[in-house]
Design a protein around this ligand. Structure first.
Ligand SMILES: [Zn+2]
Length: 103
C-alpha cells in the first residue's frame, strides 16, 4: 500500500512539471482559445495540487501508523473505499457530512 502511494506521489510530481502557456504563439485569433486553455491548465494544476496534498497527508498517516482510519471519527475506513482511492482520509459517513457542510 505504501509503495502504491509513493508511486502515486511520483506520478504526481512528474505531472506537476506542467504546461506553461506559450505566450509567443498566441495570435489574435487564438486569444479566446488561449484564455480557455489557460483556465483549463490552471484548473488541472489546482486539482493536481489538491491530489498531491492528499497523498502527502496519507503518507504522514502511514508514518504515524493511523493510515486507514477516518480522520473524522477514528473508525476504520471501508476497504473498498481504500481500494478505490488509497489517499482517502475519511469514512463514507464523514465524507458525506463534509460534502453536505460544503454544499
Ligand atoms: Zn468517519
Amino acid at each position: 500500500m505504501q509503495q502504491e502511494l509513493t508511486g502515486l506521489g511520483q506520478t504526481g510530481e512528474e505531472a506537476a512539471g506542467i504546461v506553461e502557456l506559450d505566450q509567443t504563439s498566441v495570435g489574435r485569433l487564438s486569444r479566446m482559445d488561449a484564455l480557455q486553455g489557460q483556465a483549463m491548465s490552471q484548473e488541472r494544476g489546482r486539482r493536481r495540487e489538491i491530489e498531491l496534498r492528499r497523498i502527502a497527508a496519507a503518507l504522514r498517516r502511514i508514518a504515524r501508523g493511523d493510515f486507514g482510519f477516518c480522520t473524522g471519527c477514528d473508525e476504520p475506513i471501508e476497504h473498498k473505499r481504500l481500494d478505490f482511492d488509497p489517499a482517502v482520509a475519511q469514512c463514507i459517513a464523514c465524507a458525506e457530512k463534509a460534502e453536505q457542510g460544503r454544499g
